[in-house]
Design a protein around this ligand. Structure first.
Ligand code: KE4
Length: 474
């Protein structure tokens, strides 16, 4: 959906409609906009967040435990969150926000869902970690194997980074090959070989190739262009017989939201098969989000291995990798490929994940996520158009990004053409208006089942002022 010049809109008809039926609804919307603008002028009190941030910087690098949280790409200082419930975050100064970050994905059923909280509390009363197998790990593994069409075995770890790192080690072991192929702008965690032209915070902060990654490590990572099968074929031809695996975000979320072009994923399957390479779907974001069975179910393309995380832990630290049994049986202690973790399969994390996936099995959940996502995306597009700000809204289900550019946005290079300054103005105005977005143009906003239609409409109202602020800033 492209905005700025309302496609198909007939300006004469719109003018007629508005003048003849200036409805009470229009007056209400105008008053709401004025109230939001006043609130934004009033600006929130952020004294305690400021104090915490200043002190945090004396203890923690940059004052945060993950870089993109520091707001460096959007300006201003981070808000320290005191509590969250449903679709709301509340910061230490008492400011409330409608949450469209969802903790970068895990909080798909909203914050502090009673079923999740009680599952964690029950587990905690039985102890917090055993360092020995427990029933919850098996139950969660059962659910993953049932839901994800091409996951026959799964190993739990504690982060998406660990999952991707381990899946690549397994792919290299299984193929006897050294090279991996990733895509510019895709992010698969911060293990050395994957911090090459990486997305997410690496792109946001301008370090897609991090210092500390040695040339030797980087040399084993080939990078192709997302949605460009020709770039993949060229690299596979140039490195015939050397590529262990292609790893891809089946829906890219870390250069902003970029859906796979028609035929792209199936093309990767065919190219991988022809090259004798494995195909790894990094479903850390998309798993259990874009459908009950993730992107592999949504698009019907078979990966050999799948990495997961975020939703799988229901807000507690969980990652996982899984896939073909013949591959996974190579993982220690079943096979020789070593991988281990003190808190892998942690009972509390398993309980939180199980409770979350149980809620996602309820009838109508994915239809609701689709409806809320569609309402939000169209509302934001209309608000941008009304303000005369050209944006491109990319969406897959409950994942979306408003790119500040005319678009189309189909790969890393086109994503980088976005007006990140404009996004910064938008982000800060939305934050002051009470909406918490991902603090980067190169991330995806996430809708949860806790987000009501009224929440969505409120976000759109605040966005009208935010887009006005963007236009005024230019
Ligand atoms: P973690 O190690 O952060 O659990 O997962 C790494 C990872 C792997 N694969 C994909 C597709 C991912 O999106 C991620 C992590 N996502 C980022 C945000 N897009 C996490 C937020 C952050 O880095 O603070």
């Amino acid at each position: 959906m492209r905005c700025g010049t309302p496609e198909g809109a007939n300006r004469g008809a719109c003018a007629f409609a508005l003048s003849s039926v200036e409805s009470e609804g229009y007056t209400r919307a105008r008053d709401a906009r004025r109230e939001v603008a006043r609130r934004i002028e009033d600006r929130m009190r952020t004294d305690l967040s400021q104090k915490l941030f200043e002190h945090a910087k004396s203890r923690i690098p940059g004052g945060v435990n993950s870089p993109v949280r520091a707001f460096r790409a959007v300006g201003g200082d981070p808000r320290f969150i005191a509590r969250a419930s449903g679709s709301r975050l509340v910061d230490v100064d008492g400011n409330e926000y409608i949450d469209l970050l969802g903790s970068w994905g895990p909080m798909i059923v909203g914050h502090a869902h009673p079923a999740v909280v009680s599952a964690i509390a029950d587990a905690a009363r039985r102890g917090t970690s055993y360092g020995a197998p427990s029933p919850g790990e098996v139950r969660l593994a059962d659910v993953v194997v049932e839901r994800m069409p091409w996951v026959e075995r799964v190993r739990m770890v504690s982060s998406g980074t660990e999952a991707c790192m381990s899946a690549l080690r397994l792919a290299r072991a299984a193929t006897g090959r050294s090279l991996i192929l990733k895509f510019e702008g895709c992010y698969h965690g911060h293990s050395d070989g994957l911090l090459v032209k990486a997305g997410s915070g690496a792109t946001t902060l301008g370090v897609p190739d991090s210092p500390g990654v040695t040339p030797a490590q980087a040399a084993e990572t080939l990078t192709a262009l997302y949605n460009d099968l020709g770039s993949v074929r060229a690299l596979l031809d140039a490195h015939r017989g050397q590529v262990a695996a292609i790893i891809v975000e089946p829906v890219a979320g870390n250069m902003g939201l970029i859906p796979p072009a028609a035929g792209f994923l199936r093309g990767l399957r065919e190219l991988a098969d022809a090259a004798g390479s494995l195909l790894i779907f990094d479903e850390v974001i998309t798993g259990f989000r874009v459908s009950a069975g993730g992107a592999q179910a949504l698009y019907g393309v078979r990966p050999d291995l799948t990495t997961m995380g975020k939703i799988l832990g229901g807000g507690l630290p969980v990652g996982a990798y899984g896939g073909r049994a013949d591959l996974m049986e190579r993982v220690s202690p079943a096979g020789p490929v070593y991988q281990a973790g003190t808190l892998s399969g942690n009972p509390l994390a398993m309980a939180a994940g199980l409770a979350t996936l149980t809620l996602l099995a309820e009838p109508g959940v994915y239809e609701l996520l689709e409806a809320r996502g569609a309402r939000l995306a169209s509302g934001l597009a209309e608000a941008a158009s009304a303000a005369g700000v050209e944006v491109t809204v990319n969406r897959v289900g409950s994942l979306m990004t408003v790119f500040f550019q005319p678009g189309p946005v189909t790969d890393y290079a086109s994503a980088l053409r976005s007006d990140t300054q404009g996004f910064g103005v938008f982000f800060r105005t939305m934050l002051e208006g009470g909406v918490y977005l991902p603090p980067s143009q190169f991330e995806a906003a996430m809708v949860s089942t806790a987000l009501t239609e009224a929440d969505v409409d409120r976000v759109v109202e605040i966005a009208r002022s935010a887009f006005d602020a963007v236009r005024a800033s230019r």
